[in-house]
Design a protein around this ligand. Structure first.
Ligand SMILES: CC(C)(COP(=O)(O)OP(=O)(O)OC[C@H]1O[C@@H](n2cnc3c(N)ncnc32)[C@H](O)[C@@H]1OP(=O)(O)O)[C@@H](O)C(=O)NCCC(=O)NCCS
Length: 185
């Protein structure tokens, strides 16, 4: 088995627990078990089942990584990364409305940060709606800063702010993540 196959298998097997939150790689069966419902409640233009299936299928080749967060009653949130050749992109993060401001997205992003760092990326990035003030605040906590604007990126009307976070292999970034982790544990 090659090194990349071993890494993918290890990531695919990983399940982490934070307090009562269980974080594990997204499977196709998770879509109907909560992901699609949360997506519909979270985004103006939700991803279809087909888009999610395609993203989950690409986890096998190592170019995507999606996680779900569960509590005893089921899936409460999810988040994903596109692992592009040059940079890791956060593609989607959503938490069920009743579970927000409890640190669920923070735990998911901590796990995605570990994936990006483990794959030796030096930076990660994302796009966020100008109106997404709460999400922007979440990302700022993780060290993301505005790096540009994509005009009328959403529905050809709303601008996207491109946020970027560099030097994620540095000790300073590791300390930032440790502080965030201490805040949720
Ligand atoms: C954005 C979203 C994922 C945040 O999930 P969450 O689990 O509530 O986030 P957390 O509890 O981990 O929040 C961590 C911090 O981010 C900031 N934050 C999160 N939501 C916020 C909000 N609505 N307003 C202001 N700050 C917010 C706060 O600093 C918060 O810390 P605090 O609660 O101690 O003040 C969630 O609101 C959501 O699903 N929104 C709809 C989908 C979306 O906008 N996704 C992002 C697309 S780019």
């Amino acid at each position: 088995m090659s090194a990349i196959e071993r890494l993918l298998r290890r990531e695919a097997d990983q399940t982490q627990t934070f307090n009562e939150l269980v974080i594990s790689p997204m499977r196709r069966r998770d879509l109907r078990a909560g992901v699609l419902e949360i997506e519909g409640a979270s985004h103006k233009h939700p991803w279809s089942r087909g888009v999610f299936q395609s993203e989950v299928d690409q986890m096998k080749s190592g170019t995507r990584h999606y996680l779900v967060a569960r509590r005893s009653r089921g899936i409460v949130g999810y988040a994903g990364l596109w692992l592009a050749p040059d940079v890791a992109h956060i593609t989607n993060v959503a938490v069920q409305p009743a579970g927000r401001r409890e640190g669920i997205a923070t735990v998911l992003l901590l796990e995605l940060a570990d994936i990006a760092i483990g794959r030796d990326y030096s930076a990660w990035t994302l796009e966020v709606r100008v109106s997404g003030q709460g999400a922007q605040e979440l990302y700022r906590r993780f060290g993301f800063a505005p790096a540009g604007v994509r005009k009328r990126y959403y529905e050809k009307t709303e601008d996207a702010i491109v946020m970027w976070c560099n030097e994620i292999q540095s000790d300073e970034y590791g300390e930032r993540l440790t502080q965030i982790r201490e805040g949720v544990s």
